[in-house]
Write a protein that binds this ligand. Structure first.
Ligand code: NAP
Length: 619
């Protein structure tokens, strides 16, 4: 057995062996089933000519306004810190604290970290170190292992490095467990494990102007120096809890979906789940298969579109095996689809995705208002189909009414499932409609709503994650001594391409605020960001520069652009959602809605180099 830290005699670099063993063999699961019943896999017909008229708009507005201010979340601190425990791995591998230097330190061992390593090492950057909070790779797919978990972007375009590993996912929408295995495959194939410090959380990152290095401190007592720090720790990383009076009193078992406790046997139990977002939609059908009684506490219904799951065919496997680069080509075709639903359903069976932008050309150029109205009308018609699907499947009219969402498509994260709605027809599954304010009381025995007590053995929080913000932002101190959170708190979120932020030299943020979301497939964004970072570090090598920062003017201009596109497209997302900070975020401060304009900004910057301030001397 290799020690946790040793020196490679050839390169002189440290090699790590800190991957933790699995905590339990009970942690296994599946994703979406293939559903044969055609009634469940097709949406009812599009209502002809339906428009998003004044009456419907008023209904949407009322639905939104009733929820304003209802969302109240809290971090997992104090008595709730236990919800953050790593339940998937054995305790951390003991190791010495590191007090040394590396060229590039990356925070995160998920898709971002794994892809960065493959690309960086290919480009000749080998002095790279990763810090990962979990006991193994996977990030999102390490932490989220609830029953039913699967990706919602087709796996052939979503899983990174399929061409390079020769792997073909078994299903169109692979289960989270298969995706985690693919992460391990990528790590093994490209030697990632040697470079990663697992069970290591970065606690402080401070710029030292004199040495031109970041000082990175961790919860393992490390104090490492790095020329570059890359944040690849995800967009929905930090789990959050709904703040509900009395929740600390509950005497049964409880956990958050991102730390699913497989040691608790749910069979035959009275189980409650709070929340009906993308996670709950996938978990509920699987829970219903094992528990005694299931109580679903819903504040806002998700839009439940068809899933259309299927197994990868033998023909596909054979064809793709003969086509080097098939996955890259497929991902590129997908990236050209601008229409969200078409993209997410991803029907590329013939391998000939149409360019939707071209197909939708109009006789004359539409005004901005006309285009917006057209988009709102088609969103409305699709939501009508989604609501009609609820009526077609759900037997109890009261339950059906509660399950119908009234907001534009995609305003909250669209979900897809062919088993979710039928679950509510089962006699032991109970929808508790807590709209519009949500669950507001928990006691020793369970959840109380409108004077009715729901006694529970187990309570599951499916209450989501902090969006576009990780706990790292308030622990990174740049040139002025201010933290990133302080800078953005006073000036508003300001980045260049979402990747740089002025005053924080040599710090790169992958898929963060103003950077991600240019594509519906975050894997695309990670690829684009990784390519950009490699270009940047190679450019610096060529120029002999050791430090890069960005100028104020291009950063301001880019932040202004993010604000403008957010405002221009806001009617399409007019509801209360984590996407818009529950209705409170400043426009342009979270996800990026400018699509391909990100590429335009990037290409201009790469050709003129005008936004950058290069400094230092590499030697
Ligand atoms: P989420 O979408 O943020 O859902 C949290 C849920 O908790 C919402 O339904 C929310 O209701 C509800 N809630 C909060 N406080 C409540 C209260 N007091 N009473 C009742 N309900 C309450 O979180 P998530 O489902 O974990 O999903 C997070 C994101 O992870 C997804 O949107 C997606 O981006 C990603 N994800 C992806 C996949 C996939 O690709 N397959 C699967 C799972 C998750 P309101 O809507 O009223 O706020």
């Amino acid at each position: 057995m290799n020690p946790a830290v040793r020196i490679d005699s050839e390169t002189g670099l440290k090699i790590f062996n800190t991957r933790a063993a699995k905590a339990s063999e009970k942690i296994t699961g599946k994703g979406y089933s293939v559903v044969a019943d055609q009634k469940l896999t097709e949406l009812p017909k599009m209502p002809a000519g339906a428009t998003f008229n004044a009456e419907e708009q008023a209904k949407y507005r009322a639905f939104k306004e009733a929820r304003r201010g209802a969302a109240d979340y809290m971090a997992m601190e104090g008595a709730f810190k236990k919800y953050l425990d790593d339940v998937y791995s054995e305790p951390p591998i003991p190791r010495e604290a590191l007090d040394d230097e590396c060229e590039i330190l990356v925070v995160g061992g998920g898709f971002g970290g794994l892809l960065l390593w493959q690309k960086l090492s290919q480009a000749g950057f080998t002095d790279v170190r990763f810090c990962e909070k979990g006991g193994d790779v996977g990030g999102t797919w390490y932490w989220n292992r609830y029953p039913g978990i699967a990706c919602d972007v087709e796996s052939y375009s979503y899983l990174p490095l399929l061409d390079e590993t020769g792997y073909v996912p078994s299903m169109k929408f692979a289960s989270g467990f298969e995706i985690l295995e693919h992460c391990q495959r990528m790590a093994e194939r490209f030697g990632f494990y040697d470079h990663c410090l697992f069970h290591t959380t970065v606690e402080a990152t401070t710029w030292d102007e004199a040495s031109g290095r970041w000082i990175v401190q961790t919860d393992r007592g490390d104090k490492m120096r790095a020329r570059f720090v890359i944040l690849a720790n995800g967009i929905l990383t930090t789990p959050k809890l709904a703040r509900i009076p009395g929740m600390e009193k509950f005497r049964g078992e409880s956990f958050h979906t991102s730390r699913w406790n497989y040691n608790i046997d749910l069979s035959g139990k009275r189980v409650g789940i709070i929340g009906t977002g993308a996670t709950a939609v996938q978990a509920i059908p699987e829970l219903a298969k094992v528990v005694g009684q299931l109580y679903v506490f819903q504040r806002t219904p998700s839009s439940i579109d068809v899933r259309d799951q299927r197994a990868t065919t033998e023909e596909e496997r054979t064809t793709w095996a003969k086509e080097p680069g098939w996955a890259r080509a497929r991902r590129a075709r997908f990236a050209r689809i601008s229409e969200v639903r078409a993209a997410v359903l991803a029907n590329d069976e013939a391998g000939k995705i149409q360019d939707f932008k071209e197909r939708k050309k109009h006789d004359r150029e539409l005004t901005r208002e006309e285009l917006m109205q057209k988009q709102l009308d088609s969103s409305f018609r699709l939501m009508e189909q989604i609501r009609a699907r609820v009526d077609a499947i759900i037997k109890d009219p009261k339950t059906a009414a509660a399950l119908k969402p009234y907001y534009p498509y995609g305003c909250k994260r669209p979900t897809f499932h062919d088993e979710y709605l039928p679950t509510f027809n089962l006699p032991h599954v109970h929808l508790v409609d807590t709209a519009p304010r949500g669950v507001s009381e928990i006691n020793e025995r369970g959840v109380v709503h409108e004077g009715v007590e729901y006694p529970l053995d187990v309570l599951i929080y499916a209450t989501g994650f902090q969006w576009m913000g990780t706990s790292t932002f308030n622990r990174i101190r740049g040139r002025s001594g201010r933290t990133l959170a302080e800078k953005w708190g006073t000036e508003g979120t300001r980045t260049f391409l979402g990747l740089h932020t002025r005053g924080f030299p040599n710090l790169f943020i992958v898929t963060g605020p103003q950077g991600g979301g240019g594509s519906f497939n975050f894997t695309d964004v990670i690829y684009a960001h990784a390519d950009y970072l490699i270009w940047m570090m190679q450019t610096m090598r060529e120029r002999g520069a050791s430090v890069v920062d960005v100028r104020k003017e291009p950063e301001d201009k880019y932040a202004e652009h993010c604000r403008d596109v957010d405002i221009a497209t806001a009617p399409l997302r007019d509801c209360i959602s984590y996407y818009n900070g529950e209705g409170k975020a400043a426009p342009g401060s979270l996800a990026y809605y400018g699509g391909r304009q990100w590429d335009k900004f990037r290409m201009e910057a790469q050709s003129s180099l005008e936004p950058y301030v290069f400094g230092g001397d590499l030697n």
